[in-house]
Design a protein around this ligand. Structure first.
Ligand code: BG6
Length: 485
């Protein structure tokens, strides 16, 4: 058997894309609550009020004017408000996950549900909501895997503090961690601090008004310090905690054997390695310090930050893998295609999803090998999947053979990485195991789940859950511990 006996098969979601109940049970507003829906061709927008009181919008990855406040405009549609309503369906959904045989379930906790303003005021109803979810999982023997922060921040911290650009937010985050660590210390073992930390760069995700590199890297420093403090604190609360980092891993291949292309790929890959180096090795890599020097970026650090970062290294690396890309210096011949958060270069050897994400199963084995051989700590594939339009047949069935094909090839590559390369892989949680809102486009049409949810891009639908063909297929994969693909 190639997968270890206790391998964590499961699925993954995030609060802002799944929960809904955006004002229920005492929850405060999150930045994501002010981000509109969109589609492949229409970007998601931030709605805000300027200092002068004017309502306006910018693209979700852009800068906001100084002093702008997040704003909910009743004329607009915001997918996070209902999403696919895990808030009211969690028992039904977890029962379906249990039916598939999940060994674990990865979800995130909305900071604003627990600390409505992100400060030190705690909302017991929010804490209880997550305790209910955890208890429901444990009832079926499903191990909860908690992402502490997945792509959002309480709006109050964005409005009043300029989000993670302000050092004070570190203390608030650590308070939030302390609250949940203490509350769930006997029920949750696996934690991850920040989802896709290498993609955190704008108001939407971290509440900062400017998305200039200087602001982005200063905020990243605060995220590193906060994560390191959380790791230390978590271990002191329960030494059995396994606390990981989480990175979006998009390996880039040299487009040709031209040495300049090889170097271009090295430079591309450094963008995610930087975040892993800091959180796993405990220091800023030399190439990043040189880049800061070249680009005139100065990171304001306090005495003791470097020591904190060195001490608070993580126990495992969680990463998302959807696609690979290619690097070249011959930019005139390059075709840019869609991609996860950042545009990717078309690799002529690969096909893409409808959203332009390259399908590359071997890229997952390549990623596992590259990461493991660089860091030598356990790995957890916490996101992987195929976003596609699913058709519901007249009989109400969803025959998603393309998804089964995608997963079986990727799982085979994980198997090879364990069996042939000796990678220490502890688990696999396919993304959006039940249909949820797309983070990139805000659509429902781009679906990832084994379970279909009746909801459309305008927020219309019965929210009825239906098993897709891939449901029974994945159930069999788990039942045979990955032997039958
Ligand atoms: C990852 C995120 O980048 O990719 C998820 O962690 C996201 O939140 C997933 O949903 C898939 O991206 P998208 O844009 O298809 O939802």
């Amino acid at each position: 058997m190639s997968f270890p006996e206790n391998f964590l098969w499961g699925g993954a979601t995030a609060a802002n894309q799944y929960e809904g109940g955006y004002l229920s049970g005492g929850k405060g507003l999150s930045t994501l609550d002010a981000i509109t829906g969109g589609d492949k061709d229409t970007p998601r927008m931030i709605t805000f009020k300027t200092k002068e009181g004017e309502v306006s919008q910018v693209k979700a990855n852009q800068s906001l004017p100084e002093g702008a406040l997040g704003y909910i405009d009743s004329e607009q549609y915001y997918p996070s408000h209902v999403a696919t309503d895990f808030y009211h369906h969690y028992k039904e959904d977890i029962a379906l996950f249990a039916e598939m045989g999940f060994k674990c379930f990865r979800f995130s906790m909305s900071w604003a549900r627990i600390c409505p303003q992100g400060t030190e005021e705690v909302n017991e109803e929010g804490l209880q909501f997550y305790e209910n979810i955890i208890d429901e999982c444990l009832k079926y023997g499903i191990e909860p895997v908690v992402t502490i922060n997945h792509f959002d921040i309480p709006m109050y911290l964005a409005d009043e503090y300029d989000g993670w650009s302000n050092r004070k937010v570190i203390d608030y985050f650590v308070f939030f961690c302390e609250t949940i660590f203490n509350r769930y210390k006997d029920k949750v073992k696996y934690w991850m601090t920040f989802n896709e930390i290498n993609f955190l760069r704008s108001w939407t995700q971290i509440g900062i008004h400017s998305s200039e590199p200087q602001s982005k890297y200063q905020a990243a420093h605060h995220l590193f310090v906060a994560s390191a403090k959380a790791v230390e604190l978590g271990h002191s609360i329960n030494p059995n905690f396994q606390i990981g980092m989480m990175v979006a891993y998009i390996p880039s291949y040299p487009m040709t054997s031209k040495p300049e292309d090889v170097f271009a790929a090295i430079e591309y890959n450094r963008q995610h390695e930087f975040y892993m180096d800091v959180q796993v090795k405990g220091y800023y890599p030399a190439h990043q310090l040189k880049k800061f020097e070249r680009e005139g970026i100065t990171i304001a650090k306090e005495a003791g930050d470097d020591e904190l970062i060195a001490k608070g290294t993580v126990d495992f690396i969680g990463f998302s893998y959807y696609m690979s890309t290619a690097s070249t210096v011959n930019l005139e011949n390059v075709k840019y295609i869609g991609g996860n958060q950042v545009p990717a270069v078309k690799n002529p050897y690969l096909t893409e999803s409808e959203w332009g994400w390259a399908v590359d199963p071997l890229g997952l084995r390549i990623s596992l090998v590259q990461i493991y051989e660089r860091y030598h700590i356990p790995l957890f594939v916490v996101e992987n999947g195929f976003g596609a339009v699913d058709e519901v047949t007249e009989n109400g069935e969803i025959i998603d053979d393309y998804r089964i094909d995608y997963f079986s090839k990727h799982i085979q590559c994980m198997k090879d990485a364990i069996e042939l390369d000796g990678v220490d892989l502890i688990g696999y949680t396919p993304w959006g195991c039940i249909d949820i809102v797309s983070a990139g486009t805000g659509e429902m049409k781009k679906r990832y789940g084994f379970i279909h949810v009746d909801m459309d891009d305008q927020g219309n639908g019965t929210l009825k859950r239906t098993k897709k063909k891939s449901f029974d297929w994945y159930k069999e994969v788990i039942a045979t511990n990955g032997e039958q693909l």
